[in-house]
Design a binder for this molecule. Structure first.
Ligand SMILES: [Zn+2]
Length: 425
């Protein structure tokens, strides 16, 4: 128990310290109002660090250590302790210092305080937590190092039926990508498995090979972007391990992004053309509609439909491109078998080729090259929407931790953002 008095000693409250195997010998306040709680171990033995023999004869008390602990009434709290030292007669009287299981030796914090810092760090930054807690930047980083692994702990998983392979651009505009490997677990829980330093096939393959055998046997689907490195890594991995039977699904949203970008180029071009050709008054009438083009048809309000119709009267090519886009999205919305989907997609491509439209040219090539894994989507209709949600987390994390992200740090911080509340709340 810790006893705290008010300034005139009229009232006293007692708080449980919640630290096992100690007794409080003194509570003081320093000039900054911090509480300094001095404790003594009540354990009368320790194990020899060399031979593990139980030592009971106290030799001395070591130098006093001071550990930051959970705040009391908004005040900083420090626990002071002189660790007991024992000598082992079997090991030439070599000394062992008793450590108690609520702190790690060499840590300036109690474990409870480390965990408290982890909770504060969820969706926050080291800098921010450091300032609010009035604890050093390095001390917060040290706590991360003690609490969060830098790579996946496979023991936390019993199945990996769905994995996602995606990338994160670490710096804008530069070819500086890292690969993010995730899994969607039962009940929608998303977990990060790895942040890899690059997107190369060999790097991804090496990671996949590190998956324990019993988990490999549970793998069913890999949702990825259209990137040879990922797809070939998965294919080669499956070929190398007889227990692996995994299907590559090109993520529906990546496909959509590709063909939607094609239409967006037409939109921008037509926008520039109409600005030049139309009177200011006529152009004003349709400017709002340019943004409406980006929305899905089913989400439009009646007013937006009217605007869009007016725009399409001036821009028939855009109308055509937009209509093809919506038709393609409609195919992905339908409950089709894989074979039916392939037929529909090929038919769609054939219709596009019969028009004068060139905006889909690059997409038609992509569709041709990736048709099979794209159509795999229709088997279980899995998408890595979970990865998209995660990507938003990554984006904010990058903004929060600008310039500080090494792949191991990124793994730790993502892990903390995803699991922090579950583990430390
Ligand atoms: Zn010994």
């Amino acid at each position: 128990m810790v006893q705290i008095q008010d300034s005139r000693a009229y009232h006293t409250i007692s708080l449980p310290l919640d630290i096992p195997n100690v007794k409080v010998t003194q509570v003081q306040q320093n000039e900054w109002g911090d509480y300094i709680i001095t404790v003594e171990s009540t354990l009368k033995s320790t194990k020899c660090q060399y031979c593990e023999r139980k030592l009971t004869k106290l030799h001395a008390c070591g130098r006093e250590i001071e550990l930051r602990h959970l705040p009391i009434l908004g005040r900083r709290v420090y626990i002071r302790l002189r660790p007991q030292q024992f000598k082992c007669p079997d090991c030439g009287n070599k000394m062992t210092t008793q450590t108690l299981d609520w702190y790690e030796s060499n840590s300036p914090h109690t474990q409870a305080y480390d965990e408290y810092l982890m909770l504060s760090l969820v969706n926050s930054t080291v800098e921010d937590v450091s300032q609010k807690e009035r604890v050093g930047y390095d001390a917060v980083e040290g706590a991360i190092g003690r609490c969060i692994n830098t790579s996946v702990n496979w023991a936390e998983f019993t199945e990996l039926s769905i994995i996602g392979i995606d990338e994160i651009a670490l710096a804008k505009g530069r070819e500086n990508f890292v690969a993010l490997i995730t899994t969607q677990q039962a009940a929608g829980r998303v977990a990060v498995l790895a942040v890899l330093p690059d997107r190369k096939k060999a790097t991804v393959r090496q990671f996949l090979d590190s998956i324990p055998k019993q988990l490999r046997a549970t793998m069913e689907t890999a949702c990825t972007d259209m990137w040879e490195g990922y797809v070939n890594a998965v294919t080669e991995f499956a070929a190398a391990h007889p227990e692996v039977s995994i299907q590559v699904v090109i993520d529906r949203y990546h496909v959509a992004k590709h063909y939607r970008d094609c239409v967006d180029k037409v939109r921008k071009r037509e926008c520039r053309r109409l600005k030049k050709e139309l009177s200011t008054a006529d152009y004003q009438q349709i400017t709002g509609a340019m943004w409406v083009v980006r929305k899905n048809n089913r989400d439009l309000t009646p007013d937006e439909r009217t605007k869009l119709r007016r725009l399409f009267e001036y821009a028939p090519e855009l109308k055509s491109a937009y209509t093809f886009r919506e038709e393609l999205t409609a195919i992905f919305e339908r409950q089709l078998t894989k074979d039916q989907a392939i037929q529909r997609l090929l038919k769609w491509a054939g219709k596009v080729r019969q028009t004068a439209l060139t905006c889909f040219d690059s997409f038609l090539t992509t569709l041709n090259n990736w048709l099979d894994p794209i159509a795999n989507y229709f088997i279980n209709r899995l998408n890595s929407g979970f990865v998209e949600g995660l990507n938003n987390k990554v984006k904010t994390l990058k903004r929060r931790c600008y310039g500080l992200l090494r792949v191991t740090t990124l793994f730790q911080r993502l892990y903390l953002d995803l699991e922090g509340y579950r583990l430390f709340a």
